[in-house]
Design a protein. Sequence first.
Length: 202
Amino acid sequence: MGSTGLYDVSKGPKYDLIAAWIGSNKKILDVGCGAGNFSERLSLCGNEIVGIESSEEAFRIAREKVPVLFGDFLEIPIEGCFDIVLFADVLEHMYRPELAIKKAKLLAEEMIVCVPNFEFWLAKILIFCGVRKMNSGILDKNHVYFFSKKIIEEMIVANGFEIVEYASPAPKRIPRFYNNIIKIAPYYFGYQFIYRCRINKI
């Protein structure tokens, strides 16, 4: 999986928000932890982290920072229970992301999901101009599943979770007024969608 591979980062609006949601004293399974930078940040906040990474090179780097399992999340056995399963820019790398959400339900009461918005206005313009794949961003060449706000929300609910909190922070280096635009039309102006979810026990 390796959502961000060796170019893993741990700072910015998205990561600040997720870290705030998680807080401290949690046991977290960080699926697709990449080089482990964000896992390490969460660990330094007083959380117990277990990462999963399928890129061998990223795995070797991440295991120097936090405990990491090597392999595909859907295939490897995972022991123990967690407070939160974290999918930060990971589900779009899976052909069957709904299976990952189902497995998360067996491992934790809560789940945090972050996915890029394939209906983002700039992505639509690029596609119209004939650009289908890029080295990074929403049209990353390694993305195999393309989410809209509707698709990810329906997938979360259909697989046994309820959405507790939602956010779509503006990317770095974007004027603050853009956040107001996102609130008006998140389907097209939200660059990413972030959800805090818990098991629906009804």
